[in-house]
Design a protein around this ligand. Structure first.
Ligand code: DAH
Length: 348
């Protein structure tokens, strides 16, 4: 075949080469390049022949050769940029790759429980009050009618922030009853509030005790508030929280800030009152403390105890969640173990 024809054929071949026909694209592009432009490739071979041509043919043949070379160079360039783009796409945008699974967060079981308690009380007109976690002796103990030598004021129970002769003690609050005082000092009755929040006690951490936990306090002060109001509120709360068949029982108790005081039990929501290992065979579960606000407390907060009366109650949120969701160990709440936390993903 004449050199001229050969060149035309190669140009035709280059023109017709399609990257779509290459399987292993990068490798075949390289093979294509070597075939035409490599050291032992088509171009080199043709240049060898070119050298042997008679001078009068060299001009035309030179032009043809250059055309072929440029066609090969352009095609290789085109193929290479195609391969590079495909690689880039592959790296970041492989549309066939499964989508990233992003884990959705959820509320902590204690937050859910606290919200639920707040919602139940909101339905009967209680609003939410929050206050400080570092409290003074007045709001924590004195205004709440704690005698000076009451054991709750002891170092063993209370984390003191300041305890100096001649200065008022400052401590991490040991209960949310302090919020009662703060609200009564600043609001005129009728008062109908709950106070959810974190409390601190100097306890050794175990399955049944922790140095940080949560309480919800409720306070209702108005004219003619009676123990019957307290009892009905408690029954309503117990049924909303633990189911409509729940029964309550009140046992006489003592708190410095209520008189009379009581502790409330609910019928065991696990065995329905028959007796099981959760209620230790009694059929009843201890739930909260409550009572009529002691007139001394009303007076300490500037409320006339002859005109007004009130009830208060306080419960532990950890305990509520334990009973509701059958959690056996208090420490689980604070360990951030996802195996525990994910069990509550769907409760709200
Ligand atoms: N403050 C109590 C505690 O920390 C709980 C409590 C009991 C609150 C009786 C009350 C109440 O308001 O009336 O254990």
């Amino acid at each position: 075949m004449s050199m001229n024809n050969l060149i035309s054929q190669y140009i035709e071949e280059i023109r017709n080469a399609r990257i779509e026909d290459f399987k292993d694209k990068a490798a075949e592009v390289e093979k294509f390049r070597v075939r035409f432009l490599g050291r032992k490739g088509v171009m080199t071979e043709l240049f060898e022949q070119f050298k042997t041509l008679p001078n009068d043919q060299k001009k035309d043949m030179g032009i043809a050769l250059n055309q072929l070379k440029n066609a090969a160079l352009a095609k290789v360039e085109e193929f290479k940029s195609f391969v590079e783009q495909a690689e880039e796409l592959n790296d970041t945008h492989d549309l066939t790759m499964p989508a990233d699974f992003s884990q959705r967060g959820s509320r902590h079981v204690l937050s859910v429980t606290m919200n639920e308690i707040a919602e139940i009380f909101a339905r009967i007109g209680f609003t939410v009050e929050e206050s400080v976690e570092i409290e003074d002796d007045w709001h924590l103990f004195s205004a709440l009618n704690f005698p000076p030598d009451h054991p709750a004021r002891d170092m063993q129970d209370t984390f003191f922030v300041q305890k100096e002769e001649g200065k008022q003690d400052i401590a991490l609050r040991t209960h949310t009853s302090s919020v009662q005082v703060r609200v009564m000092e600043t609001h005129k009755p009728p008062i109908r509030i709950i106070a959810p929040g974190r409390v601190f006690r100097n306890e050794a951490i175990s399955a049944r005790a922790h140095c940080i936990f949560h309480q919800v306090e409720a306070l209702y002060v108005d004219k003619k508030v009676t123990f019957a109001d307290l009892k009905q509120t408690l029954l309503y709360f117990a049924k909303e929280m633990f189911g409509p068949d729940t029964q309550i029982r009140l046992r006489p108790s003592y708190f410095p800030f209520t008189e009379p005081s009581a502790e409330m039990d609910i019928s065991c929501n696990i065995c329905g009152g028959k007796g099981c290992n959760i209620c230790k065979g009694t059929g009843w579960l201890e739930i909260l403390g409550c009572g009529m606000v002691d007139p001394n407390v009303l007076e300490a907060c500037g409320i006339d105890s002859k005109e007004y009366s009130g009830f208060a109650l306080g419960m532990g949120v950890e305990r509520m969640a334990m009973l509701k969701y059958q959690i056996r160990d208090l420490r689980l709440y604070f360990e951030n173990d996802l195996r525990f936390l994910h069990q509550f993903d769907n409760i709200i």
